[in-house]
Design a protein around this ligand. Sequence first.
Ligand SMILES: NC(=O)C1=CN([C@@H]2O[C@H](COP(=O)(O)OP(=O)(O)OC[C@H]3O[C@@H](n4cnc5c(N)ncnc54)[C@H](OP(=O)(O)O)[C@@H]3O)[C@@H](O)[C@H]2O)C=CC1
Ligand SMILES: O=C(CO)[C@H](O)[C@H](O)COP(=O)(O)O
Length: 470
Amino acid sequence: MSKNLFDFGMIGLGVMGRNLLLNMADHGFSVVGFDKDKAKNSALEASATPGTTVKGVSELSQMIQLLQRPRKVMMLVPAGQPVDDVIASLLPLLEKGDVIIDGGNSHYTDTLRRVKYLRDKEIHFMGIGVSGGEQGARTGPSIMPGGDQSAYENVRPMLEAIAAKVGDTPCVAYLGKEGAGHYVKMVHNGIEYAIMQLISESYAILKYAGLSNQQLHEVFKSWNEGKLQSFLVEITADIFLQKDDKTDAHLVDVISDKAGSKGTGKWTSQDSMELPVAVPVIDTAVAMRTVSGYKDERVKASELYSSNATFSGDIDELIQQVHDALYFATILSYAQGLAMLFQASKDLNMDIPLPEVVSVWRGGCIIRSSLLEVFTSAYRQSPELSNILLNQEVASLVKSVEDNTRSLIAFAAKSGTPAAALMASLAYFDAYRSERMPTNLIQAQRDYFGAHTYQRTDIPGTFHTEWGQQ
Ligand SMILES: NC(=O)C1=CN([C@@H]2O[C@H](COP(=O)(O)OP(=O)(O)OC[C@H]3O[C@@H](n4cnc5c(N)ncnc54)[C@H](OP(=O)(O)O)[C@@H]3O)[C@@H](O)[C@H]2O)C=CC1
Ligand SMILES: O=C(CO)[C@H](O)[C@H](O)COP(=O)(O)O
């Protein structure tokens, strides 16, 4: 094997690909990046740490010639057709045993299809979720690999080197068969949507109560020093301080309230319904991004249904209630996402190890938080836990904030402050902890109008009644 050959190739030198490649180089791997755009290749080489081995090329065949065998090529390109296009252009250039990794946010069903297609050609294909954004990719992301385990062993030293670390433990582990890596990343993003929505509702309530951006900064900063410690709370504190460079305003106040999305939150909701597993906080977060797009209608509705409610209460008490409700609903968001992974692992035959998933999420990723330490210990005690709400320690954390959560949600309802995801978390909780739900009545209705039959609580079997004939 020639020493002049490179260890690793990257296709797509955008936000993630460029930074992940530079991260690999910083850890001693020689790397080559491909982008059609020559300017991106020059920029890549110019931004490499001095002394590292980084080369940018604009011909794919040149990159493949430069790689050691078996070749290891990752792509970080937009999900969908670009991934298939890259595979099609790589195939004539690769040999049996080479490894292709899709590190983007691909839908797991696309990954399943590609694994099968490439297995026939004896090319190893892995779908790997990467989280941490631009900074995480550069300095240490959370990495969620799934697929071909022998290919994983091939790239494992490199992934362990570049991943975030919690203590000495790298935030990467083999997370299951075929599409498992992308499935876990999809659910990670669903939880990300939920927590971001919950934080934005907390912001809305505190803003309604009159807090300035400076005060919001201080509140979120202090929360990040306590049990709400998390990446998303931390960056939220920073956001409130950012001044606009075009006006005298704080930047957050001049940003349009129409939220964008690239699809992973919606996929989580859609796939939860396929299983089915209930993830209503995630569903609500997706729906609220949709509602945010109804700007013109919301402007009209705000005139039609205007509210004169103003805050008059104890602000410190309210801040504590918002804190506790955010903590409660954040736990519920993780619980729903993890319950979805538990079910998907079995139903879709992916063998997703939940203790490893929560461990990998402890560092580097967008949803990292101190709560993941609690969940890691819960799953280490009971790897087959169907829902973390059934763990004693998690239950005591939930119960410690339950009263304040109820008070806060009552406050939000009375004041007319939108808090749909906070409310969804409590509604799910109250249903989940119900020994008997009112769904016996739904069964009766279904049988009444459609002869759909029902089961009884006292006698086994299936029953139908000719309703209303007494
Ligand atoms: N940004 C983020 O925070 C995160 C993104 N992701 C995922 O990672 C993937 C990449 O995202 P990101 O880096 O942000 O995206 P960017 O848009 O920044 O970069 C995408 C890169 O892919 C290249 N590209 C597009 N189509 C092709 C193609 N057919 N063949 C070769 N190259 C192509 C683009 O080149 P050119 O511009 O020259 O067309 C560009 O360099 C996506 O799946 C995204 O969802 C995952 C985690 C976090
Ligand atoms: O994967 C990510 C972080 O983990 C990406 O940032 C993701 O694309 C964000 O999703 P959206 O654009 O839908 O908000």
